[in-house]
Design a protein around this ligand. Structure first.
Ligand code: NDP
Length: 331
């Protein structure tokens, strides 16, 4: 921030129905009102940021807008007791980056109730390697575990495996001892998925639409990040009593299925939201990633980019070509 309260942000403008993002200089007075002013050190790239940058009105209603649903940094002003000036915090979800200026700017101003204290031993970059995508992967795994998922029950499938959510789910499940089948459209990522811990990597054709209402059960449980027709096919291949944690829609928001997997095999479809859940639930998952759920391979493989590279990186999400975790470095 310069003396006259200026800072840099990657902002998206709407011109004649086209959406274009670029770095520009803003003032602190451009930020919304809020209790806590945070100097953002790092953000993280998510599919939702790509939708916001592309003008998806379901994500962001009004432009110009600064996307970035994730941010990590230091509190520089606070009218709340907690967090206090100097505290390191993580902010993910709620309205950040949707209709509240987000982490693609060097400063954000948010309610105190959105701020999670940085777990001991973590820094902002580490937190943003996980970001909302990692948090979501953690919540998916937590739901499967709460349903009683155990490694000895059999293989666990992860769809969209090379993506931001999928790749963390692969490493975390493998680390917890599960036999992970990574389902991925990127044949050239098979080695990196195996390096994350996948026992097997299969193509998206494993979930090609099939008219039969039930198929041979292949997987004890699954994490689904893609939705649409692949999720419908996945449900047909889950073993009796198994569960699918469902969090995404890159293959479409529609789910056309029969009730047969549910009523004949007792399959459970578990919805996962990382955005509006209570702060304490987010904090619990961050604490685990900072301890026994750490994913060192994901941490090592993360890529850092600057604001100037955001446009291309976000386009890759929309094309389904993005892979692994990408951190935005504001420093
Ligand atoms: P990414 O783009 O990083 O990953 C999605 C992956 O899905 C791609 O890398 C690709 O993996 C696969 N994929 C892409 N397009 C298709 C398609 N048409 N059909 C089948 N597979 C496809 O996104 P994220 O991991 O960040 O997010 C995944 C989803 O989870 C998104 O829909 C996002 O909105 C949602 N999400 C939901 C949250 C919640 O709170 N519920 C929070 C965070 C994300 P591959 O090539 O390996 O197949």
């Amino acid at each position: 921030m310069s003396d006259n309260n200026e800072f840099k942000a990657w902002r998206v403008h709407e011109r004649d129905g086209q959406y274009q993002g670029a770095e520009e200089v803003l003032r602190l007075s451009d930020l919304p009102d809020g209790e806590v002013l945070i100097k953002v050190r790092y953000s993280s790239l998510n599919y939702k940021d790509a939708l916001s940058a592309a003008g998806n009105k379901g994500v962001t209603r009004q432009y110009p807008h600064t996307p970035g649903i994730d941010a990590a940094g230091e509190v520089v002003a606070s009218t709340a007791g907690t967090p206090a000036v100097g505290d390191s915090v993580i902010v993910t979800g709620y309205d950040l980056g949707m209709n509240t200026a987000g982490g693609f700017g060097q400063f954000i101003r948010v309610p105190a109730s959105w701020c999670v204290p940085m777990p001991a031993g973590w820094d902002g970059r580490t937190a943003m390697i996980y970001g909302t995508a990692g948090l979501t992967a953690g919540l998916c795994v937590q739901k499967l575990l709460a349903m009683g998922a155990k490694p000895e029950q059999g293989k666990v499938a992860v769809t969209g495996a090379s993506g931001a959510v999928g790749s963390v789910a692969v490493e975390l499940l493998a680390r917890l001892g599960f036999d992970v089948v990574a389902i991925s459209g990127k044949a050239d990522h098979a080695d990196s998925l195996k390096a994350l811990g996948a026992a097997e990597v299969v193509g998206r054709e494993a979930l090609t639409a099939d008219k039969k209402p039930l198929l041979k059960p292949q997987f004890a449980n699954a994490v689904d990040t893609v939705g649409g027709s692949p999720l419908a096919e996945l449900l047909k291949q889950i073993r009796p009593g198994g569960s699918v944690a469902c969090c995404g829609l890159v293959a479409g928001p529609q789910l056309e299925t029969t009730v047969l997997p549910f009523i004949l095999r007792g399959v459970n479809l578990l919805g996962v939201d990382s955005v509006e859940i209570p702060l304490t639930d987010k904090q619990a998952v961050w604490s685990r990633f900072a301890a026994d759920w750490a994913c060192p391979k994901t941490e090592q493989a993360a890529r850092d980019i600057g604001r100037g590279q955001l446009g291309g990186a976000l386009q890759a999400f929309l094309k389904g070509e993005s892979a692994g975790k990408i951190v935005l470095d504001h420093n």
